[in-house]
Every structure is written in structure tokens, then in C-alpha cells.
Design a protein around this ligand. Structure first.
Ligand SMILES: NC(=O)c1ccc[n+]([C@@H]2O[C@H](COP(=O)([O-])OP(=O)(O)OC[C@H]3O[C@@H](n4cnc5c(N)ncnc54)[C@H](OP(=O)(O)O)[C@@H]3O)[C@@H](O)[C@H]2O)c1
Length: 402
């Protein structure tokens, strides 16, 4: 069997760590060729020691210089690069036919787009890149001959429940609707009048999944599910009206596809990202993910309920944005990124997140998004509205500006 070279964007994050765990279980099958992150020198140095990639890149120039010194001192055969060009070098690295896209936020768009243009097999976790890049990203993947394999557990579940060779035409495939499941996060039962006082630690205490801080807050607001509705529409070509969300607190059923004959196909498993990652890595084959078998008898019951839109206004805002057009999805994501960062830094209350996103959607006039520059301009404008709404000085967004 030929060893597959893998490039990891966001190698030091939660999805990066789960992916490296799966890769380490199959040494003859996969090789870590290149790794990229933002500024975590210690974690990158550790990855260089363990996996000896040919190339390692950090967006932050000082952090990259520190990593280069460490690598040289230890005599590791790793080329260290910096900045946006370094991230793109990882994404297009010749020795890797597979790229894990797991940078958090719209910052992942440029390198993931580079991987799409280079015709890579892309394991897509970075949903924000697809929300912002939209049709442009899908078109780049088509022209470049790239293959997109969803790693987000819900989309990976849907992918597994679709007919083989599904070509983006739900009617032809007899699909009635997609049901995305959502745990409801840590605040599902919290008294509504106390939401304004939710702390970052409380918002990040997800009951089932262990994830990075941004996606954890997105799960607490259910913006994560809203972004996933947009992601599902883009990936599977199913209209927004045929994508429903159902709360399923146990996070065992990862999503479902309903067909016109009344059949509902679901994918089940432990809430452990190694399963969708292993599926995408090996597809169309199957490999051991290191997860224990799911014991349905021990699990005993699975519950489902409708989402409470008063508690989770971000979910409705995402549907609204999807209907309004590409500019609105970009604004939704940008304002959310700004507001979540402000909340995590203690500069905004939890309830300001939905308020900021709603205000940005109202403020941004409709416009055509015909190029990457259009998308990035729209993103910048929405960030400006969000900072103004929060009463905060505008911070730069280096990866987007590059
Ligand atoms: N965690 C999950 O279970 C899960 C499940 C489904 C989908 N996802 C999606 O996967 C993505 C990653 O989530 P995560 O939970 O793994 O996030 P995370 O733990 O916060 O890790 C983020 C990764 O992105 C890197 N990064 C951040 N900003 C960057 C920038 N401007 N340029 C380059 N690299 C940057 C970080 O590098 P440093 O360490 O150097 O800062 C880190 O490697 C998100 O889009 C999320 O929605 C995650």
C-alpha cells in the first residue's frame, strides 16, 4: 500500500490532535508531511519531534523564528516557514495529497482555497472557510480537481447516509430533507434570565464534546449549528428549507437523511472526532479510529426535541443569512467571530453575541460576491460593524489581510 502524505492546517488544535492520534495508529498508511498553526511554538516543536514533517509553518513571524531556532538546535530535518505564504506552502505541499483543513475561523480560507486550487483531497473541518468562501471555494475545488470530504461530525454523518456517488441533486437522489442533530450545548436548560451572566468557562463546558474554545462557544449559542446549516447547503446542494435541526442531547446520532419513501438513514457513534476523521482519511475504505464500540443497551435511550429559538437566536439568524445571500453569510460569520472573541476575552457578555450578529446583518447592504476580494471586503466591513456595536477598538485580522 502506498503511504499517503498528509498536510495539517491547524495541527496544534483539537481536530489537529485527534487527526494525529488516528494517523499515529496507522504508521505504514499515513505520513505527516507538513503542519501549520498560528503561534503555538511549544506544541509545534513537539509535533516536529514526534512526526518529523518535512515542513512546519506558523503564521506569526516571531513564533516561526523561535520554532526555527529550536528545530535547528535539536538537529531536526524540518523546514520552518512563516506567514500566509508559509501556510499556503503547507496547503500545497507536493508530498501531501491530503490536506486537513482545521484552522479555526475565516483565517483558514486562504490556505484551504490554495489546497482546493492545487487539487488536494481536502478533509474539511473548518466550516467557516466554506461559509465565507461559499460558491467561490466550491468552484475552485471543482476547477482544481480537489475532493472535499466532510470532517464535521454532522456532515460526515450525512455523507455516510447519502447514496454512493451523490452528485448534489437531492431530488434525483430521492432526498426529502437533511436533519442535523445538535446537543443543545451546556446552556440548554439554563434559566433564560441568567444567560447574560454566563462566563466563558461555563460556555466552554460542553457536555459531550471536547473542542477548541471558539467552537465551544458557538455550540453554546447554537451558532455552530447555524454555520453547519450553511455548510450543509453548500456541500450537499439541499435547499435551506429542507435542512432541519433537531436537539439530541446524547450526541450519539450524528445526523440523518430522510428519503421520499419515508426511510431515514442515520449514522451513530460515540461523540469522538476520531470517527469522522478516520472515515474521511480512509474513504472509501475503513480504518480503526481508536474509539470504543458503542453499546446501545448501555446507552438505553436517545432523546430528540425541537430547538428553542428564543434561547438560541443565532440559529434563526443563520437561516436568515442563508436566505439573504452570500454577503449575509459572510457578515454572520465575521460578526460572530468578533463577538465570540470579545466574550472569551471578558469584554462582552454572552448575550451580546446574538445581538452583534443581528446588528451586522441589518447594517450590511446586499451586494454581489463575485470574487475572493469581494468576500474579504464584506468580511472586513462586517467586522467593523461588530466592533462598533460592541464599543471596542477595531482589531486587525492578519491572516485575512495577507
Ligand atoms: N473541535 C472539534 O471537535 C470540531 C468539530 C467539528 C468541526 N470543528 C471545526 O474545526 C476547526 C478547528 O476547530 P478546533 O476546535 O480544532 O480549534 P482549536 O482547538 O482552537 O485549534 C485551532 C487551530 O487553528 C490554528 N489557528 C488559529 N488561528 C489561525 C490563523 N490565523 N492562522 C493559522 N492557524 C490558526 C491554531 O494554531 P495555534 O495553536 O498556534 O493558535 C490551532 O492549530 C473549526 O473551524 C471548528 O469549527 C471542530
Amino acid at each position: 500500500m502506498k503511504t499517503r502524505g498528509i498536510a495539517l492546517l491547524g495541527a496544534t488544535g483539537s481536530v489537529g490532535a485527534s487527526t494525529l492520534d488516528v494517523i499515529a495508529r496507522h504508521p505504514g498508511r499515513y505520513r505527516v508531511e507538513a503542519v501549520a498553526a498560528q503561534r503555538n511554538v511549544a506544541a509545534m516543536a513537539d509535533l516536529c519531534r514526534r512526526f518529523r514533517p518535512r515542513l512546519a509553518a506558523l503564521l506569526d513571524a516571531d513564533a516561526a523564528a523561535a520554532l526555527a531556532r529550536l528545530v535547528a538546535d535539536e538537529g531536526l530535518p524540518v523546514d520552518v516557514q512563516a506567514g500566509a505564504a508559509g501556510l499556503e506552502a503547507v496547503a500545497t505541499s507536493e508530498g501531501a495529497d491530503t490536506v486537513l483543513a482545521a484552522i479555526v475561523g475565516a483565517a483558514g480560507l486562504r490556505p484551504t482555497l490554495a489546497a482546493a486550487r492545487a487539487g488536494k483531497r481536502i478533509l474539511l473541518a473548518n466550516k467557516e472557510a466554506l461559509v465565507v468562501g461559499g460558491r467561490l471555494f466550491l468552484e475552485a475545488a471543482r476547477v482544481g480537481g480537489a475532493t472535499l470530504l466532510p470532517v464535521d461530525s454532522e456532515h460526515n454523518a450525512v455523507f455516510q447516509c447519502l447514496p454512493p456517488g451523490y452528485a448534489g441533486d437531492p431530488r434525483a437522489a430521492g432526498i426529502r430533507r437533511i436533519l442535523l442533530t445538535a446537543s443543545g450545548g451546556p446552556l440548554r436548560q439554563r434559566p433564560l434570565h441568567t444567560l447574560a451572566s454566563v462566563t466563558p468557562a461555563e460556555a466552554c463546558a460542553h457536555p459531550n464534546w471536547s473542542m477548541g474554545r471558539k467552537i465551544s462557544v458557538d455550540s453554546a449559542t447554537m451558532m455552530n449549528k447555524g454555520l453547519e446549516v450553511i455548510e450543509a447547503q453548500r456541500l450537499f446542494g439541499v435547499p435551506a428549507g429542507d435542512i432541519d435541526v433537531v436537539i439530541h442531547p446524547q450526541s450519539v446520532v450524528h445526523s440523518l437523511v430522510e428519503y421520499v419513501d419515508g426511510s431515514m438513514l442515520a449514522q451513530l457513534g460515540h461523540p469522538d472526532m476520531r470517527t469522522p476523521i478516520a472515515h474521511a482519511l480512509a474513504w472509501p475504505e475503513r480504518i480503526d479510529a481508536g474509539t470504543p464500540a458503542l453499546d446501545l443497551v448501555a446507552r438505553a435511550s436517545l432523546d430528540f426535541e425541537a430547538p428553542d429559538h428564543a434561547r438560541f437566536p443565532c440559529l434563526g439568524l443563520a437561516y436568515q443569512a442563508l436566505e439573504a445571500g452570500d454577503h449575509a453569510s459572510i457578515a454572520l460569520n465575521a460578526a460572530n467571530e468578533v463577538a465570540v472573541a470579545a466574550f472569551l476575552d471578558g469584554r462582552a457578555p454572552f448575550t451580546a453575541i446574538a445581538d452583534t450578529v443581528a446588528a451586522a446583518l441589518d447594517a450590511l447592504p446586499p451586494r454581489r460576491i463575485g470574487s475572493l476580494d469581494d468576500a474579504l471586503l464584506c468580511d472586513e466591513e462586517a467586522r467593523g460593524h461588530a466592533y462598533a456595536r460592541l464599543g471596542l477598538p477595531r482589531a486587525s485580522h492578519p491572516a485575512l489581510a495577507a
